[in-house]
Design a protein around this ligand. Sequence first.
Ligand code: HEC
Length: 151
Amino acid sequence: MFARKAALAIVFTLASSVALAHGDVVPQAVDVSTLKPLGDNMLDSNPYSGDKEAIRVGSSAYNQNCARCHGLEAVSGGISPDLRKLNDECATLTNKKAKAQCQVDIDSYFRNSVLGGKVRDGRVYMPPFAGIFGQEAIWAIKSYIETRKYE
Ligand code: HEC
């Protein structure tokens, strides 16, 4: 456990100096020790949906790492996408199977967006969080966003 934490700290330090070199704000490591560990195989859908503790951890992780671009409490000021809209992507589908597949697609799109960031033509619109966040942190943030309604 300790060795894993130390290794994470090193990855985190490397990643933050890269981010600093680009003038970005330092990403904050997320304490996921109170969540069920998920292992190394990346899941395609959120296993923590509705889990109270995941929502608590995700709320704090979101506000430290995402809010400055995506808005406090996930209410976007308009420059970056409003992530609450992702919750409604599958709402109009009536076919049960299609709806379930749509939700998996949204979850894996969310996971990939956070891991890879959004980089096009060498411009970093959003920094990648791979190496900083494990999937526990990503799914905790997704669980928090799922509680935020877009009206
Ligand atoms: C430096 C600003 C910045 C930070 C920090 C940031 N994002 Fe983003 N994010 C963006 C921008 C800008 C886009 C849209 C990029 C594009 O044009 O494709 C985006 C896109 C996304 C998307 C795709 C949304 C869609 O509707 O297609 C997701 C999901 C996302 N971000 C999640 C996150 C999460 C979760 C965090 C925190 C862990 C985060 N972002 C941190 C700026 C940021």
